[in-house]
Design a protein around this ligand. Structure first.
Ligand SMILES: NC(=O)CCC(=O)C(=O)O
Length: 272
């Protein structure tokens, strides 16, 4: 995790999650459409408040497939804590996301894109995050690669072209500390436990689940961490939720597992 200072006090905020329709082969068209959808999320919010945080899905600028990642990968070259200007970035996706956050005055979790490390040329599935001024403030490389082989049903190996990230990441806004994961990362509870112990009140996992292994668990994995407030259909859609800190406070004081852990019996993974 990049941030280990005291977490901000959780405040009410509104979240907009963008589910995109088919991502095509034309990267420029994918970027233009994602930008339009960010603007739509911020302007057409109906009875919800204007969103404070907008989230795109996993792999929003490229078709999702191991053979596509090398072709669509972009060099980001961001190192936490070092000066970085999205306007001068080599990555056209970073430039678009930064501009979209700034023009819409919103926090933006830019789903993920295939990334090529400028140093060693390795490829990652990478999420970037922007504040309302358009600064790139955090990055997460998918830690758990989706490698799966169910004969006759699905074989997919992200690791054929991608490398897994090696760091856990979060960022602070004025309303919450937010932990990051990407899709398959949600199946590994250690990541969520560590984020929670490090003060994250919110966890965001941009995803692109497949329809073979996904449906059995995608809702359950969310529900394991709280009530499902809003759900998209399978079509392109934007869902909104007003997040109320009172629910978190009441639940935690009613069922105080956060203070009842027995680290004398088992280890605290966040300290490892
Ligand atoms: N993009 C992914 O990580 C897919 C994960 C998935 O479909 C699953 O069932 O888990």
């Amino acid at each position: 995790m990049s941030t280990l200072t005291r977490a901000p006090v959780l405040k009410p905020f509104t979240l907009a999650l963008i589910q995109l329709g088919n991502i095509g082969a034309n990267k420029a068209a994918n970027l233009t459409h994602a930008r339009e959808m960010i603007q739509k999320a911020v302007t057409n919010h109906g009875s919800n408040k204007k969103p404070d945080l907008v989230v795109l899905p996993e792999c929003f600028n490229s078709p999702y497939g191991v053979t596509h990642f090398p072709e669509y990968a972009e060099r980001i070259g961001y190192t936490p804590g070092k000066p970085y200007s999205p306007d001068n970035s080599e990555s056209e996706s970073v430039k678009m996301l930064s501009a979209a956050a700034k023009e819409n005055q919103t926090w933006l979790i830019g789903g993920s894109i295939p990334e090529r490390d400028p140093q060693d040329d390795k490829l990652y599935n990478t999420c970037t995050v922007y504040n309302p001024q358009g600064d790139l403030v955090a990055m997460h490389r998918k830690v758990h690669l989706f490698d799966i082989d169910i004969p006759g049903k699905i074989t997919f190996k992200e690791s054929e072209t991608l490398t897994g990230g090696t760091t856990l990441n979060s960022f602070d806004t004025e309303f919450a500390r937010i932990g990051l994961g990407i899709c398959y990362d949600i199946r590994f509870p250690e990541l969520a436990m560590i984020a929670a112990r490090r003060g994250c009140q919110v966890l965001v996992y941009p995803g692109a689940f497949n329809l073979t292994t996904g449906p059995l668990h995608w809702e359950l994995l969310q529900r394991g961490r709280g009530t499902v407030l809003a759900e998209a259909s399978e079509k392109e859609e934007i869902v909104y939720a007003d997040i109320d800190p009172k629910t978190l406070e009441e639940t935690r004081s009613g069922i105080p597992v956060t203070t009842q852990r027995r680290f004398d019996v088992y280890g605290d993974v966040s300290k490892m």
